[in-house]
Write a protein that binds this ligand. Structure first.
Ligand code: NDP
Length: 337
């Protein structure tokens, strides 16, 4: 793909994204939800999960892998346990449908969780947890994704890139929100590096010779990424697999047969959101503690509160729009016919 870019307003990003979802038959409300995810990805990052994902969303609908007209179902199984079935649609639609109930359950019980099986995910997890923090809750989100992360010391993938996100309210400021893949580098960044023809900054996967390499094309050949932080990231990937797939009763990362049949990139796994009401745990100074923890990071050399980078990008994108690849825009417009 050529590296020519053009500036788009966030409304123009929304319109391109909405075209893809509407064309697939999605309702107006759900189109708005999904188009907003694409626009927020271009605005805050990760840009690798914004416009660049639209051809994959389109492919998932055309191939019949994902359901554009999904109607998720929720069942409350215990005071703090809400079980979802995504009806083979995108998780964000199920999560939005569950949000008010999850928030009410959390306020009532102090802690509650929403698990969702039979759902797809192609975006950053930050957008799943941030609304819960905006409602005053601490949130942890996980998604188990396609098998491509090799456990520490292993030879073949056992986990997905299994991202997790953490969000927490902050007095007088936007919430703390971070999210990260369990792989050393996210798959979409490996794809972007391969498309742009440059090496990765670290050896993030295994090449065909079974050795760690910085060559993105060699890694895409084996689809074998390494976990971040050696055995520690490997353990996090396992935790996400258990919380995302096992708890939700969803597809394990290694059970990819259906995806392979449809040729899809996207994940059809499981997702779990755990929400905690900090006002129900008996520490009236919770918000002060959070401020102090952040104050120990900000201004500490070059350290910054994880995830705060998105706020600068957000302000910049809202003021000046975002840079998007001209070739990608042409590809998306081509899909819209
Ligand atoms: P990054 O390594 O780019 O960033 C991880 C987190 O750290 C972000 O919250 C980032 O936020 C923050 N961060 C980055 N640099 C710093 C720094 N110097 N100091 C403090 N914080 C920092 O993310 P990944 O490559 O691991 O993941 C990319 C995205 O892919 C995530 O959004 C993830 O949810 C998504 N993903 C989605 C999958 C799916 O199945 N849908 C699968 C795997 C990943 P910021 O820079 O804004 O501060």
């Amino acid at each position: 793909m050529s590296d020519e870019t053009q500036t788009l307003t966030l409304d123009e990003v929304r319109a391109l994204a909405a075209g893809i979802f509407t064309q697939a038959g999605m309702s107006a409300d759900e189109t708005t939800t999904m188009a907003e995810i694409v626009a927020m990805s271009e605005r805050d990052g990760p840009r690798s999960h914004g416009l660049r994902m639209l051809p994959f969303y389109a492919e998932s609908f055309v191939s019949g892998y994902a359901n554009a007209t999904a109607v998720p179902k929720m069942t409350r199984l215990a005071p703090g346990a809400l079980k979802g079935d995504g009806d083979n649609g995108y998780f964000q639609i199920a999560a939005k449908a569950a949000r008010d109930e999850l928030i009410a359950m959390t306020r009532e019980n102090g802690i509650a969780a929403f698990t969702c099986a039979n759902c797809h995910h192609l975006a950053g997890l930050r957008f799943d947890t941030e609304p819960l923090a905006e409602a005053g809750l601490v949130a942890i989100g996980v998604v188990n994704s396609l098998s491509m992360v090799v456990p520490h010391g292993g030879e073949r993938p056992a986990f997905g890139t299994n991202p997790m996100s953490f969000a927490c309210p902050r007095d007088g400021q936007a919430p703390i929100v971070w999210d990260q893949a369990a792989s050393a580098i996210a798959l979409m960044d490996v794809r972007m590096a391969a498309a742009e023809g440059h090496e990765l900054p670290i050896a993030a996967g295994l090449g065909p010779d079974g050795k760690p390499t910085t060559d993105p094309s060699a890694i895409l050949e084996t689809r074998s990424l390494l976990p971040f932080g050696a055995h520690k990231g490997s353990a996090i990937a396992m935790m996400v697999e258990i919380l995302g797939a096992a708890l939700a009763g969803a597809t394990l990362a290694v059970d990819n047969a259906e995806r392979e049949a449809h040729g899809g990139l996207n994940v059809k796994g499981g997702a779990t959101l755990i929400a905690i009401d900090p006002t129900r745990f008996g520490n009236d100074a919770f918000a002060d503690y959070v401020q102090r923890i952040c104050a120990e990071i900000d201004g500490n050399g070059d350290a910054r509160v994880p995830g705060d980078g998105r706020l600068g990008k957000r302000a910049q994108a809202e003021a000046n729009g975002v840079q998007a690849s001209t070739a990608l825009i042409t590809q998306i417009e081509g899909l819209l016919g």
